[in-house]
Design a protein around this ligand. Structure first.
Ligand code: FMN
Length: 174
């Protein structure tokens, strides 16, 4: 069985998780920017990691553009977010970001990310400020305001364990 880990990252966290997974199951990692159609066609299963931005998985558009090539393959998706895995705001993160046809037989996992406002690009800082202004839910708004003042770090290699276990089970059954 041929597998590939595809990730999209801005500040490295999603790539770090891809590398940790790669070590456990011994398959290659590649940025979504560098993956070509042949890599996708030749893979039986794919692990696809994306960070969350403005309540969506940033890889959403790429997946929609490649959904025909990914059809019929076993897919494992993981999200990396400022919000803690299991948080209410992540409830429908996969449903709202991924084409239904890909999600149907996929497995999904949430991993913790990190964010330090001072380290963000000017554009991302602006996005956070605007997001804060337009957010309607008071609890989410308060959380976003806090994110500007207090750095967040929920990165933990243990998050990959359920995904690694499921991939190993999947491979053993084949
Ligand atoms: C502009 C911007 C918007 C973000 N929006 C969200 C969000 O809506 N929900 C969330 O949980 N995390 C959000 N985050 C936090 C990122 O998901 C988190 O920092 C993640 O670890 C980034 O992954 P990376 O290091 O692979 O780029 C946002 C981060 C940035 C920079």
């Amino acid at each position: 069985m041929k597998g590939l880990i595809i990730y999209v990252t801005a500040y490295g966290t999603t790539r770090k998780y891809a590398e940790w997974i790669s070590k456990e199951i011994n398959i290659k990692t590649v940025s979504y920017k560098k993956v070509d159609d042949t890599d996708l066609k030749n893979s039986d299963f794919l692990i696809i990691g994306s960070f969350v931005m403005a309540h969506k998985l940033i890889i959403s558009k790429w997946l929609t553009n490649h959904k025909d090539l990914l059809k019929g393959k076993k897919l494992f998706f993981y999200s990396v977010s400022g919000a803690k895995p299991g948080a209410k705001e992540l409830d429908d993160i996969f449903e709202s970001s991924l084409p239904e046809s890909l999600l149907k037989d996929a497995s999904t996992y949430q991993f913790g990310g990190r964010m330090r406002y001072e380290d963000l690009s000017g554009f991302h800082k602006l996005m956070i400020k605007i997001g804060c202004l337009i957010e309607k839910d008071p609890a989410t708004k308060a959380e976003m305001k806090k994110d500007i003042k207090v750095a967040k770090d929920n990165v933990n290699p243990d998050y990959i364990k359920p995904l690694v276990k499921d991939v190993k089970n999947y491979l053993n059954k084949k």
